[in-house]
Write a protein that binds this ligand. Structure first.
Ligand SMILES: [Zn+2]
Length: 438
């Protein structure tokens, strides 16, 4: 038993930060913002608002797609490219149109698992293949069939595009959001249909563009009634904050700093700069900027969270814990704050606290690679190796690394007591992976 334990520890130590490529970006503030800008668009649909999520993929190219009635995936590159919140809402409304039209069903009929961990991993690896232009990567797994269909895995037909366009602009008008933004988005991509596939944005490959689409949207816009609401300042503010945050985290720090007004001490500039300095890394300047933000808004949960992250990543876990707790005090419903907190707790050896905090969240939100990692570390250090292996297997599955996932799942299976919850979960995961690998 002890030998297995140390072997396991060694694995965790050897690969502390395995790179998964195109993963899902999990961030409390960004998910909340996306939820708030999406809710009005769901009002007139039968979609279950509680479980619906817009998830951001860590990818600088432009794409957005649906895989089930529950998720919309958007590359951060697309969010960065949109010029207004209405444009982003029109992209989301169009995807909702694909959902309400049931367009994902044909594609996923032989992949029951589009909503499971392995299913999401499979779809992400399929999307990555599409992005890199290498249709052989993983898409074979996804489509479970011959080469011709690989490339088309996430691709919609012209008819589906037209119907999602119409549904999208209607949802926007019904929510009194200017539907002309849909046209502006197509203008951004216009001209790309003439490029070779390699040079196109993946968005054009998944949502084929043609002049007819534009003209039929133009036609419908003339007949649509919608009230021009006064612009919602709060939504605009949240949207701009999200963009400032993305800029800090996704652009090269030098570039982010160059294109941010150094003299201006308004909130958004400070936000981008704080993050860019932290990544540079210039720890002093990062601290200065985040402290200015906290002076402006001491009760902002997300600024407290960011301060905690800076402290943790610069080797100050005890101080970090204070700020994570403060963030949770301000916004107790932000489950994702607990993941950061657990990372800090793990780093000072408080594994039992991590288990206590993350066990509940794991049931509510199992699609978080970092959560799976921190909880696996805590279990492993606490001697619960079966659970540790199960969570590690799930993390690999989430990112489409099915061979590694299977390896850890089999290990978990050999350790766990048959019939227990964890053992049943492992059984399910193995079946799922084997059906995908077939
Ligand atoms: Zn589409």
């Amino acid at each position: 038993m002890k030998r297995i334990f140390y072997a396991y520890l060694l694995i965790l130590l050897l690969f502390p930060t395995i790179s998964y490529g195109k993963g899902i970006l999990r961030d409390a503030e960004i998910e909340r913002t996306l939820k708030i800008i999406t809710l009005p668009l769901l009002e007139n649909t039968k979609i279950d608002q509680q479980n619906f999520k817009v998830l951001v993929i860590n990818d600088s190219s432009m794409n957005a797609f649906v895989t089930s009635g529950q998720y919309i995936f958007i590359h951060y590159g697309l969010i960065n490219k949109m010029e207004t919140v209405e444009q982003l809402q029109s992209v989301i409304a169009h995807e909702i149109g694909h959902i309400t039209g049931g367009h994902y069903i044909q594609r996923t009929s032989d992949i029951e698992s589009a909503r499971t961990l392995a299913g999401i991993g499979m779809i992400l690896s399929a999307a990555a293949g599409l992005v890199s232009g290498d249709s052989n990567i993983a898409i074979g797994l996804a489509a479970g069939s011959q080469s011709a269909s690989k490339r088309n895995f996430l691709k919609h037909s012209r008819t589906q595009e037209a119907s999602a366009d119409q549904a999208g602009i209607k949802l926007m008008a019904a929510a009194n959001i200017n539907p002309h933004a849909a046209l502006e988005v197509l203008e951004i991509f216009k001209g790309q249909e003439l490029l070779t596939a390699k040079r196109q944005d993946p968005y054009i490959q998944t949502h084929p563009l043609n002049s007819q689409r534009i003209s039929s949207i133009q036609k419908s816009l003339k007949t649509l009634n919608f009230k021009k609401n006064e612009k919602d300042k709060n939504i605009d503010y949240m949207y701009n904050r999200m963009r400032a945050k993305f800029k800090g985290f996704t652009e090269k720090p030098f570039r982010a700093l160059q294109t941010t007004n150094i003299k201006k001490n308004d909130e958004l500039n400070l936000y981008t700069r704080a993050i860019a300095y932290h990544r540079l890394p210039d720890l002093n300047l990062a601290q200065k900027e985040i402290n200015k933000l906290l002076e402006l808004k001491p009760n902002d949960p997300y600024y407290n969270e960011l301060k905690a992250q800076f402290l943790l990543e610069t080797g100050n876990p005890n101080e970090a814990i204070k700020y994570y707790n403060r963030a949770l005090e301000l916004e107790p419903n932000e489950l994702l704050f607990n993941v950061g907190l657990s990372r800090a707790l793990n780093s000072i050896g408080k594994y039992k606290s991590t288990i206590k905090i993350l066990k509940n969240i794991y049931d509510k939100d199992p699609r978080n690679g970092r959560l799976l990692r921190e909880l696996a570390i805590a279990y492993s250090q606490n001697g619960e190796l079966g659970w540790a292996s199960l969570l590690t297997a799930e993390r690999y599955a989430l990112y489409g690394k099915f061979n590694d996932a299977l390896f850890h799942a089999k290990r978990a299976q050999s350790i766990l007591v048959p019939g227990t919850i964890a053992w049943l979960k492992v059984e399910d995961l193995i079946l799922e992976i084997e059906s995908i690998n077939k």
